[in-house]
Write a protein that binds this ligand. Structure first.
Ligand code: PLP
Length: 601
């Protein structure tokens, strides 16, 4: 029942590999000296840092530049931006521009905005557009470079894996003779695409250990000789006075091991590019089995061989993540919330249609993935496909209120006469009906004012279009307006929530309110009595009809991750039904507690 987690979100972060954690443990527990100490305990840590610096220079073929160890890419980006803009402090350069790629990680525009303001540079931030394949518009860069104070681009994009043509960018700004300071966020290329800082006129490059099996909060910044530099932190003179603060020796040693791997591929767990490309192909094949109509949101050959970004027509990203999560696979939505709807600004910048930007899923694996891991992941995805194919068609007769908390309409479907009776928001009802019922098969009828009876339900519609659904026999009712059920905060606040470890004690019966797509991917835990699988469209019917548990066991609503069960419990209460508790976590948490209990026994 407790499925092992398959982590396919390596562009967000990677686990620390045992080889690295052993090194770190040694440096935290045994050779823990302060590199600034003049006694012998400081000697080894000092040497580790010096060796790591040398290894970094070798990996990136650096001849005229240096590395500073820091907390990661966000710090590196801020340091580079500060270093360049500090040269223009207080100059109010209103006609100058700060050039950055439209698909950069948020750290870049945010750092530019901040230091531009704080230092009184007041230049204009100008985003470089990308073409449909995610590549930066090189002509745009060439045109604006003469007025720019800084250029910020990235090696590869974290959402789409699109690899930028750094040679072309270098040519556009004048090659080796260029004047414009150039920062390249190199986080996502580390270990995946070689980066030659000897051949490219890059002035600043940022790296982060946790994207390549190192710890979080560790990274380094490359600075070209002669490029402006201003420390972000001042203190005890560490890093040759360029970054104050006692060094994170264990983290730097982890980075050093990562550099060793890159210098000696034979001794490295990191796989070659073509092997990784083969792995990606295997996963894509499985994904196409699960979603035959998936659409890729990336130029496949020109993107990192470890990243797949796709959308599926008719599926928003939240739903796909829920399905994967239920099956124990962690993927991410390639998007952040903007204006209430999750939308990927990266895909938007590439000009992809809204549905693709809103439904994007990123699946990424680390370069040290083994063939067995990829096979296991593909097998899990193929098993999901089999389950999905066997999913029963939803039972369609009866009362439907799709998402009663948001959607202000109700439908009564009479299977015998193939008639649909509906009330409420007409635009929304049409969209939903079209996606759910084949409209030429069913007769549709809009209900107006008055009272309408269907089986045990009565719909009362007021002049203003508000409506109330009641259950005759149980005497329960729910009132709706255009934005869904009228559920005062009192109901939500009064739901009692209980922790998953209490639920797993077996003293409760449960109300399983996951959606069928989730339940078909993850079996319900075997605890307590009862169970009621319900999808969103059924919640209203459930609230009106749910009678509790005959064995008088308290009932706990349980969903995938804890939010939905609260709403359903509140709905049942608002309709006048029995008291239902809500499980704080979701099914997975309960499953984990049960598994832990079994292992103790
Ligand atoms: N730049 C890119 C492209 C990233 O993917 C990330 C991490 O998400 C960062 C910068 C920030 O890195 P860090 O976590 O080291 O601050």
């Amino acid at each position: 029942m407790c499925v092992p987690e398959i982590f396919l979100d390596a562009n967000a972060t990677t686990p620390v590999l045992p080889e690295i954690s052993q090194i770190m443990q040694r440096l935290c527990c045994n050779q823990f000296g302060n590199p600034s100490s003049s006694h012998l305990a400081g000697a080894m840590p000092k040497r580790i840092i010096a060796d790591a610096r040398k290894a970094a220079a070798q990996v990136f073929n650096v001849v005229d530049g240096r590395f500073i160890f820091n907390s990661g890419a966000t710090e590196g980006i801020n340091t580079a931006v500060l270093s360049v803009l500090a040269e223009y402090t207080g100059q109010n350069r209103k006609n100058a521009i700060l050039l950055y790629g439209a698909t950069e990680h948020k750290a870049v525009p945010e750092a530019l905005k901040h230091w531009n303001h704080v230092l009184g540079v007041n230049a204009e931030l100008l985003a470089i557009p990308v073409l449909a394949d995610g590549a930066l518009d090189i002509q745009f860069i060439a045109k604006h470079a003469p007025n720019a104070l800084i250029l910020c681009t990235m090696g590869a994009n974290n959402e789409t894996g699109v690899i930028q043509d750094l040679q072309a960018i270098a040519r556009a700004i004048g090659g080796k003779d260029k004047q414009l300071p150039w920062l390249v966020d190199s986080v996502q290329v580390l270990g995946k695409v070689p980066l030659d800082l000897g051949a490219l006129p890059i002035d600043y490059a940022t790296f982060s250990a946790h994207k390549l099996y190192g710890p979080k909060g560790t990274g380094c910044l490359f600075i070209r000789e002669g490029a402006p530099y201003t420390p972000l932190q001042h203190g005890g003179g560490q890093e040759h006075g360029e970054r104050g603060g006692t060094e994170n020796v264990a983290g730097i040693a982890a980075l050093a091991r990562i550099f060793d791997w890159l210098l000696d591929p034979q001794q490295s767990p990191l796989q070659a590019m073509d092997t990784l490309a083969g792995y990606r192909e295997e996963l894509l094949l499985a994904l196409k089995n699960l979603f035959p109509n998936l659409v890729l949101n990336q130029p496949y050959p020109e993107s990192l061989p470890t990243t797949i970004n796709f959308s599926v027509p008719g599926f928003e990203s939240g739903k796909i993540i829920a399905i994967f999560d239920s099956a124990g696979i962690r993927v991410s939505a390639g998007s952040a919330c903007s204006k209430g709807k999750p939308q990927s600004f990266v895909l938007k910048a590439m000009g992809l249609p809204d549905w693709q930007c809103e439904g994007a899923i990123r699946l990424s694996f680390g370069p040290a993935s083994s063939a067995e891991f990829i096979q296991m992941a593909a097998a899990r995805i193929n098993a999901m496909a089999d389950r999905l194919k066997n999913l029963d068609e939803a039972e369609r007769s009866g009362l439907w209120v799709p998402d009663p908390l948001n959607v202000g309409f109700a439908v009564y479907a009479d299977e015998t006469s193939k008639s649909l009776y509906y009330v409420g928001n007409r635009d929304r009802v049409k969209t939903w009906l079209n996606s759910y019922f084949s409209t030429d098969e069913w007769k549709q009828q809009l209900l107006s004012e008055g009272e309408h009876k269907f089986a045990d339900f009565t719909l009362k519609i007021s002049e203003t279009g508000d409506f109330c659904i009641s259950h005759e026999k149980l005497g329960r009712a729910l009132s709706f307006n255009d934005s869904g059920v009228i559920l005062s905060s009192e109901y939500l606040e009064n739901v009692e929530t209980i922790a998953p470890e209490i639920v797993s004690s077996g003293e409760y019966s449960f109300l399983d309110v996951r959606e069928p797509l989730e339940t078909c991917m993850q079996e319900a835990p075997k605890f307590g009595a009862g169970g009621w699988v319900s999808q969103r469209a059924d919640w209203c019917r459930l609230a009106l009809e749910f009678e509790g548990n005959t064995a008088n066991q308290p009932v706990v609503a349980i969903c995938r991750s804890g939010g939905r069960s609260l709403s359903v419990a509140a709905l049942v209460r608002a309709a006048g039904g029995p008291n239902v508790l809500s499980c704080e976590g979701g099914v997975t948490d309960v499953v984990h507690f049960l598994a832990a209990k079994e292992s103790v026994i």
